[in-house]
Every structure is written in C-alpha cells, then in structure tokens.
Write a protein that binds this ligand. Structure first.
Ligand code: ADP
Ligand code: MG
Length: 453
C-alpha cells in the first residue's frame, strides 16, 4: 500500500463494513431472542387455554375424560402445537395426535428449551405444571429458523453491497482529501530555479494543508529572494569587471603600435591581449547565463527554413574543419520552417561543432544530419572522437565542466554547452549527448519543436 489514497480507501471500507457487520450480528442475536420469546409466550397462552378447557376438577379426571375435554382444542391447533401431558411416574394422560405416539423429551430443570425431535424437526418446548401433571407444549421452530435464514441472506447481500459502496465512497473521499496535496505536489514539482515566482494556490481556509502550503510559499519567497540576489551579484560583477578590462586592453593596443618596444615585448603584449580576450569571453558567457537564469534573455523567434540556416552554417563549418585537417558533411530532410532565433541557434551549432572538432583525430569526419518531421526539427551531430561515458554525457552540460586532456585547452571555459542548453530550452527544445561506446565518438542531438508557442 504505497499511496495514502489507497490506505484511506482501505481503512474506510474496513471500518464501514466491520461496523455494519457488528450491527447485523447484534441484530441477529436480538431478533432471534425476541422471536423465541414470542414462541414461549405462544406456548404459554396455549397452556392457559388448555388449563381453562380442562376445568378446576382436572386432578380427579380419568385419562378418557381428559382426552375428551381437550382433544378438540388441541386438534384445532394441530399444525402449531404438540401437546404431551403426563402424570407422576411418566404415565401418559394425553398426547396430541400430531405426535404420532412419540413423546416430547423432557429436559430436567429447564422450563423452556429448544430441541430437535425426530420427525418433528427443531421445536420450542415450554414445560408447565398442572399438579399432579406436567404439560409439555412444543411448537415448531421452523418459522423462526426460516426468518433468521432470510435475515442472514439479506445481511450477506447488504454486506457485499456495503463493501463495494464503501470502496467507491472511500476512493472518492481520499481523492477529495488528497486534492490539495496533489496541487501542492504538482506546483512544488514545477517550481525550479527558472520559475521561482510560481506559488502554490492557497485556499481561503485555516486547515493543516493550507497552512502547509503557506509555509512552503514562504520558503519559496525566501529562496526566490536569495536566488535573485545571487543573480544580481553575478550580473553586476561581470559588468564591473568588463570596464577595467577594456581600459587595460586599450592601453595595450596603444603600446603595440609604439615603435619603442622590442619584438619580444610586443609578442608578450599579444599574448596578454589574447588572454584578456578570453577573460572577456568568459565574462560575456557568465553574464549571458545569469541573465538567462533571471529570465532576462529574450529569443527573437521567426519562421526560418532549416536548410537555409544550415547551408550558411555549413560553409563556415567546412572551413573550420578544413583548417583543422578534418572533414565536415551535412544533410537535411523534410520541408517546412521552424520558429527560431537564427543567431542563437547558430551559436549553439557552432559550439557543438567546435567541441567535436576539438576532440576529433586528423582526417576524421564530423557529420550533421538534420530532419524536419512531425512538428520537430532534429539535428544530430556525430564525431569520431573518443566519446564519453553515459554519466559524462550528462555532466558536460553542467557549468565549468571540462573533461579529459583538452581541459588544458586555454580556449575552453566549460560554459559552451550550458549556454547551448539554455538557448535550446528557450526554444522549448532539448539538447543531449549520447555515446554508443567510449572510443566511438559522441552524438549530440538537438530537438526543437517547429512552433515554440
Ligand atoms: N564531442 C565531444 N566529445 C567528447 N567530449 C566532449 C565533446 N563535446 C564536449 N565535450 C566535453 O564537454 C566539455 C564541455 O564542453 P563545453 O561546455 O562546450 O565547454 P568547452 O568547450 O569550453 O570546454 C568539454 O570540455 C569536453 O570535455
Ligand atoms: Mg565548447
């Protein structure tokens, strides 16, 4: 029983059914007792009737006279009563015909009792004393037994119905109880660093669950505040760093055109300028990411034919590959256009391509396959480099992650793929990497819905 909902349903069904069962059992006991008491009263009435019919002088009568006096009274009620009258020493004075000569068993010490008599079935017996005689009057239990049997059949029918009904009602009840929990769950799942402004809807009541939702919302408030502080800090720090860097660069460029410096000095300045360029790039990338986190980067989505964009990109890609001594191939299938920000998608493709070129051996092939079908533009770029483990395939999209030997590559920052992912996400798309085997190259797949709306 994993879910609270099913437990509530179960408890509800068990409680309801058990309560009902207890009520029925108590009802069964009370009803049976009541009916048996009625039978006892019936036999007593019959006895009084017989006593009255016998008259006051009964003690002195012979069996024949007794028989004459009460035969008629007993015969008229022969389907209801069996009468067995005997005197001291058990010599019989009277037996109703319907006993067919049998005796009603006399339980010593019991005034009323139920007993099964062969030929008669179960009977209720009342023993009355009419000194010096004992009068046993029995009446069949069958009507009571029939009634109780009917009662039990109804009971089991109702119990089954109650069980089914209580499961249905219990399920509905648990859904009702758990509805606010599900809302909290769904909202909490949606709230991530990129939509921290969302809040759990709180009902206008003061119960435990709305209180919990309020506490969670307060927690999200605090989280949102600290997140935005961090983002502001990153954005401001990037800005503050860029101004002095531009000044340093300006001064160096001036020095470079100065004739008073030696060739060695000038070479050192060139190296420094390159480094400053790299720091500038990292700052730009950081600034982009922090703005993207804050939702401040807007994509300018316009319908664009993929083959057009890829055609232009392929020219640069082929040139880059050739420069590195590698080959680049591309293909596109499918007709139609995609809503994209062409500049940013180009940035993503360029980053994925440079990554692939960086790791590919000389003379190897980097191929890009693009398809447009079923409302999805899918680009897959495969290289023949070393590939990555499944775990690393996901890790490379984390910030500042640079793996393997080329982490010493001074041009990389480990921010290219996180930026790519953030751009693709802005297009409501996905980007991921797969490697069939380490040593057999990496495949980076980008999927963008044709209409991001
Ligand atoms: N095609 C690839 N094959 C193997 N490793 C790769 C590939 N593409 C990316 N990587 C790994 O992912 C890391 C992160 O890539 P990226 O975010 O673009 O940063 P950078 O290119 O600045 O190092 C790279 O440093 C590299 O280790
Ligand atoms: Mg890169």
């Amino acid at each position: 029983m994993k879910s609270i909902g099913s437990r509530i349903t179960l408890w509800y069904a068990i409680t309801l059914t058990a309560t009902l069962a207890c009520l029925f059992i108590a009802g069964h006991y009370l009803l049976e007792r009541y009916l048996v008491k009625q039978l006892d009263e019936l036999t007593e009435t019959q006895f009084k009737h017989l006593a009255a019919t016998l008259g006051r002088d009964y003690a002195s009568l012979t069996p024949q006279v007794i028989d004459e006096r009460i035969r008629e009274a007993t015969e008229s009620a022969s389907s209801m009563f069996y009468v067995d009258m005997h005197g001291p020493m058990t010599n019989r004075f009277f037996k109703s015909h319907n006993l067919h000569g049998m005796a009603i068993p006399d339980l010593i010490g019991e005034k009323t009792y139920s007993i099964t008599v062969e030929g008669l079935g179960e009977v209720r017996v009342g023993e009355y004393s009419l000194q010096p005689f004992d009068v046993l009057i029995a009446t069949p239990m069958a009507p009571v037994l029939d009634l109780m049997g009917g009662y039990r059949r109804v009971f089991f029918g109702l119990l089954g119905t109650a069980l089914v009904l209580s499961v249905v009602i219990g399920y509905g009840l648990s859904e009702l109880i758990l509805k606010p929990v599900r809302v909290i769950q769904a909202t909490a799942l949606r709230i991530r660093s990129d939509n921290l402004a969302e809040r759990i809807p709180v009902a206008d009541v003061q119960d435990e669950l709305s209180q919990l939702a309020r506490f969670l919302n307060q927690m999200f408030d605090r989280l949102e505040r600290s997140f935005s502080e961090i983002r502001h800090f990153a954005a401001e720090a990037s800005h503050e760093l860029k101004t002095p860097l531009s000044l340093v660069r300006l001064h160096m460029e001036r020095l470079l055109v100065d004739d008073g410096l030696s060739a060695v000095q000038k070479e050192s300045i060139v190296v420094q300028l390159e480094e400053i360029g790299r720091v500038n790039r990292i700052i730009d990338e950081l600034l982009f990411l922090s703005r993207a986190d804050a939702g401040a980067v807007l994509v300018d989505l316009k319908p664009q034919r993929p083959e057009q964009l890829l055609g232009a990109f392929a020219q640069d890609a082929a040139a880059l590959a050739e420069h590195d001594g590698k080959r680049f191939e591309w293909s596109h299938h499918g007709d139609g256009s995609v809503d994209i920000d062409a500049k940013r998608i180009r940035q993503v493709l360029l980053n994925v391509l440079t990554n692939a070129l960086k790791v590919s051996p000389r003379g190897s092939l980097v191929s890009l396959a693009s398809t447009l079908a079923d409302g999805l533009w899918r680009i897959s770029l495969v290289d023949e480099g070393p590939g990555l483990s499944a775990e690393d395939c996901e890790r490379i999209f984390d910030r500042f992650v640079r793996l393997g030997a080329e982490s010493s590559d001074p041009r990389g920052s480990g921010l290219g793929l996180p930026i790519s992912r953030s751009i693709v996400t802005m297009h409501k798309g996905r980007i991921w990497a797969t490697s069939r085997d380490v040593g057999r190259g990496l495949r980076v797949v980008i999927e963008i819905p044709t209409s991001a709306g």
